[in-house]
Write a protein that binds this ligand. Structure first.
Ligand code: GDP
Ligand code: MN
Length: 387
């Protein structure tokens, strides 16, 4: 789960990282009130889950009320790389002497946390990594010992920060590591980490990704999800405990088990089709679960045909067939379904489907046959009589 800048900053502040005072708002009037409260000059900042807001015109300095009105009015509703701005963060503006870069992430190949730091901050860090890699310090951390103050001082010093702020930068790095560790983040990043003319070290921006699998350990963080920007079907699936990811195509996919679903996506793509989603009904899918899954699949109106790919193990194919029959009674889908049942009780499952004489349901014996049929059906072609 990715956090908006201001939510990340609130986490930073809880762990002792210095940030500027600010307020989140959603209207121009509230922006004006907030600006008066945090004190001019202010920065008006678009809150969207995408970087490069500055370049896109989503970060503007405002010296007075007229300018706040102008910028807030322009930025609210703005589209930044496909993200609509609904929230602004009004922050007291800082004077900047230097802009640095700092981040903590998990280096999976090294199986260790990685701290990255550069005095070339405020810019695209990928560019620094590519063009002047010597200016990007990369230091692994012993996960058991954590990032010590001495190591943080060394990173700052090796990175070439001004001598008088080595301590301040080291404090920021230790705090950033603490946020990463204690909040179960997968990434904590500050770009830019600034030094003010008064030699204060401060996070001017934040990028924080939290590990969804550890969210249950952080009840306070659960409310931070940007549900307004989340796909409504994905949100519903999450609430219902179903593994569902929306994709861009028009073929609804349902399988049991993530591995089977992934290979189903592959065979559909190979047959020339484009999957509309990833949906894993999970092991032990009972009738009720199947009904729920069909409902979710069809909530996406881009879906023109559905492929049901069930490999019976613990999940019994007859139970899945019953679920499908029940779902059809409830939902009466208007798009064709291709069903492949294989494994435990598959014969019984297919017999049940046949007897139910569901309209628009086509049987397939193999995955490839199923994929070819569903791709043809989605394209509006005929594949013979339903079975
Ligand atoms: P991003 O473009 O999405 O990374 O948004 P940032 O929050 O990093 O802001 C972009 C740039 O705006 C920063 O790199 C700064 O140069 C500038 N900026 C942001 N806040 C302030 C501020 O308080 N004072 C000044 N002078 N510049 C700021
Ligand atoms: Mn930034």
């Amino acid at each position: 789960m990715d956090l908006l800048e201001y939510q990340g900053k609130q986490l930073f502040a809880r762990h002792g990282l210095r940030v500027s005072q600010g307020l989140p708002v959603t209207t121009v009037e509230d922006a004006v009130t907030a600006a008066a409260e945090v004190g001019y000059p202010v920065v008006v900042k678009a809150q969207v889950l995408i970087g490069g807001r500055g370049k896109a015109g989503g970060v503007k300095l405002a010296a007075d009320e007229t300018e706040v009105r102008e910028h807030a009015g322009n930025i609210l509703g703005m589209d930044i790389k496909g993200h609509t701005v609904r929230t602004l963060w009004i922050e007291h503006a800082s004077d900047i002497a230097s802009e640095y870069y700092a981040s903590v992430l998990l280096d999976r190949s090294a199986k260790k946390p990685l701290v990255m730091f550069s005095v070339e901050g405020g810019v695209d860090i990928e560019e620094v990594a590519e063009q002047t890699p010597e200016k990007l310090i990369r230091r692994h951390v012993d996960p058991l010992a954590g990032l010590s103050r001495a190591e943080a001082v060394e990173i700052a010093s090796d990175g070439g920060v001004d001598a008088d702020v080595i301590e301040g930068v080291a404090d920021a790095l230790v705090a950033l590591y603490e946020v990463w560790l204690q909040e179960d983040a997968t990434l904590t990043e500050i770009n830019p980490l600034i030094v003010t003319p008064e030699r204060e070290v401060k996070a001017l921006d934040s990028k924080v990704s939290l590990d969804d699998n550890a969210l249950y350990r952080h009840p306070d963080n659960q409310s931070l999800s940007d549900s307004e920007n989340e796909d409504p079907i994905e949100r519903r699936a999450k609430e219902e405990g179903v593994q569902y990811v929306k994709l861009d195509g028009d073929i609804g996919i349902l399988g049991n088990g993530a591995g089977l679903v992934m290979s189903t996506l592959d065979v559909v793509a190979q047959a020339g089709g484009s999957p509309a989603n990833f949906l894993d009904a999970g092991g032990g899918s009972n009738a009720e679960k199947i009904e729920q899954a069909v409902d979710l699949l069809l909530a996406n109106h881009a879906v023109k045909a559905v492929l049901f790919n069930i490999f019976g193990g613990i999940t019994r194919c007859d139970e899945v067939a019953q679920g499908l029959i029940a779902a059809f009674e409830q939902i009466k889908p208007s798009v064709p379904f291709v069903v492949r049942l294989d494994g435990t009780n598959d014969v019984e499952g297919r017999r049940l489907l046949q007897e139910a004489e569901l309209p628009n349901v086509y049987a397939a014996k193999t995955m490839n046959e199923a994929a070819e049929k569903v791709v043809a059906l989605a394209a509006g072609q005929s594949v013979g009589a339903p079975a």
